[in-house]
Design a protein around this ligand. Structure first.
Ligand SMILES: [Fe+2]
Length: 147
């Protein structure tokens, strides 16, 4: 979640182009939402006796969302990459959901359902925010993928 949060902030800070304002605000909202999940998850982990993240180094060792340190990324590529990252996140959340169901941890199941809904909402917004531009790209022969 921290890696996705920082990547979303990274793109919020570095996005450019004709839709700068809209994308800048969209990514800020999404980064805020992702950041808010980190405390809910960590608190839940502590409630069931687990240990949480302790440092940036710890985050880096457990990171699954890949960084994007490129000097320049187009706005469309930023949104497409985040959409895929959020979709991958929902897959992992679903696996965790199944595990928690097996163990009868209904409160974590409930939290995970909320996190899946939020990640799917982010992926939806990222998809729809670029639909028209992607249509133009497709007309020019560039491949496109749905949400
Ligand atoms: Fe900002």
């Amino acid at each position: 979640m921290f890696a996705l949060c920082i990547k979303t902030k990274n793109f919020h800070w570095h996005v450019s182009g004709p839709h700068f304002h809209d994308y800048h605000l969209l990514l800020d909202d999404q980064a805020d939402q992702i950041f808010a999940t980190t405390d809910a998850i960590a608190d839940r982990v502590r409630k069931i006796g687990g240990r949480t993240l302790r440092s940036i180094g710890h985050i880096a060792r457990l990171q699954r969302i890949l960084d994007n340190d490129a000097d320049y990324v187009t706005a469309l590529d930023m949104l497409a990459e985040l959409r895929e990252d959020n979709q991958r996140l929902t897959v992992r959340l679903r696996h965790t959901h199944a595990l928690c169901e097996e163990h009868g941890d209904i409160a974590t199941v409930s939290l995970l359902e909320q996190l899946v809904d939020e990640a799917e909402r982010r992926a939806w917004f990222l998809f729809e925010a670029t639909r028209r531009e992607r249509s133009w790209r497709m007309a020019a022969g560039t491949r496109d993928r749905g949400p």
